[in-house]
Design a protein around this ligand. Structure first.
Ligand SMILES: C[C@](O)(CO)[C@H](O)COP(=O)(O)OP(=O)(O)OC[C@H]1O[C@@H](n2ccc(N)nc2=O)[C@H](O)[C@@H]1O
Ligand SMILES: Nc1ncnc2c1ncn2[C@@H]1O[C@H](COP(=O)(O)OP(=O)(O)OP(=O)(O)O)[C@@H](O)[C@H]1O
Length: 289
């Protein structure tokens, strides 16, 4: 039996870090939304009791370090499954980019194995299991748009923002999420207006959404990766309505409602930036079917 699932990337429209916890994680308050840049996960049942990972992409581990492997291992243990699985990952989402690529692969693996082994896990059960793999995984299980609290696992789904183009640009370097959180100085860090962002989305107020984009982690990554400011400036000059770094970075996204402007921004970045994409916000998983 074979099950195929799409694994969409996320961007953070608003990301506030509220405090440091005793368990090494930070308390966050974020608005996350899925975009239609997707990996593809293909799970095939194996007769041998093994988890095999196959990915064509560079920098993606094919052993127990892979988040999809970890998700499969947790499911097999919890449900005492003796069958094995081959997980093929077709990577489109750049790695270590702030777009939750690995987390989304884990979430898609959970959804796929729930179907393949007929486990009848509820959404909440899939999210709880996903949280054991990583903080972004529960959001990736449901997708759409949500407010995320706690270390990112406490989710409140909300309406999705009005449709627009999202241009993404990632410099050649990657950053470690743990290192960016570690380097954050909470006393001096800026705090975005998360409530304002939620209201702007409720009101479907595109320009307000653009005006309120904010990310506490941005200044940390900016100080380590110069290209982030250059890309931000470039996108603004080329006419993006709002520009922000996603997650811990270093990917920068810009928003526009006009296809012609999207083309202009995309083409102008393509010359000097190694990873450039033009995609849409997508309301929920059902829009990807
Ligand atoms: C930056 C974001 O992508 C925004 O959505 C997330 O907060 C990070 O989520 P993630 O990559 O799934 O993170 P995890 O794999 O759970 O954690 C990686 C490391 O990041 C740090 N980390 C992560 C999440 C969080 N709320 N506080 C943290 O301090 C911890 O040092 C942790 O060891
Ligand atoms: N399926 C996977 N795809 C990509 N990276 C993976 C995967 N599984 C494990 N990894 C490891 O996870 C690290 C982070 O990759 P990922 O693409 O998930 O980062 P990210 O987009 O910055 O995540 P986030 O936005 O959740 O912080 C990589 O360096 C890689 O070694």
């Amino acid at each position: 039996m074979k099950v195929i699932e799409r694994a969409p990337a996320k961007i953070n429209l608003s990301l506030d870090v509220i405090g440091k916890r005793n368990d090494g994680f930070h308390e966050v308050n974020m608005v996350m939304t899925t975009i239609d840049l997707c990996d593809r996960i293909e799970c095939t049942a194996l007769d041998t009791d093994q988890i095999k990972i196959n990915s064509s992409a560079a920098f993606v581990p094919e052993d127990e370090r892979n988040f999809a492997y970890q998700a499969a291992q947790l499911i097999k243990k919890k449900y005492n499954i003796r069958q094995g699985v081959m997980i093929n990952i077709s990577k489109e989402i750049p790695v270590a980019a702030g777009l939750a690529g690995g987390s989304s692969d884990a979430a898609a693996t959970i959804r796929a194995l729930n179907k393949m082994w007929d486990l009848k896990m509820s959404i909440e059960e899939m999210m709880d299991l996903g949280a054991k793999v990583g903080s972004d995984v529960p959001f990736c299980v449901i997708g759409g748009t949500a407010i995320a609290a706690g270390r990112g696992e406490k989710l409140t789904p909300i309406a999705s923002p009005p449709p627009c183009w999202v241009i993404l640009a990632k410099p050649s370097v990657s950053v470690s999420t743990a290192e960016i959180y570690r380097s954050l100085s909470l006393s001096t860090a800026p705090h975005p207006d998360v409530e304002g962002m939620v209201k702007a989305i409720e009101n479907q107020d595109y320009l307000k959404i653009c005006a309120l984009l904010g990310n506490t982690l941005e200044s940390v990554t900016l100080s380590k990766v110069q290209e982030v400011s250059q890309i931000k400036e470039h996108m603004k000059q080329m006419g993006a309505d709002g520009v922000l770094m996603s997650g811990s970075g270093p990917t920068v996204f810009g928003l526009t409602r006009y296809e012609s402007r999207m083309q202009r921004i995309y083409n102008s970045l393509k010359g000097y930036c190694p990873y450039v994409y033009a995609v849409h916000l997508c309301g929920g998983m059902e829009q990807l079917e």
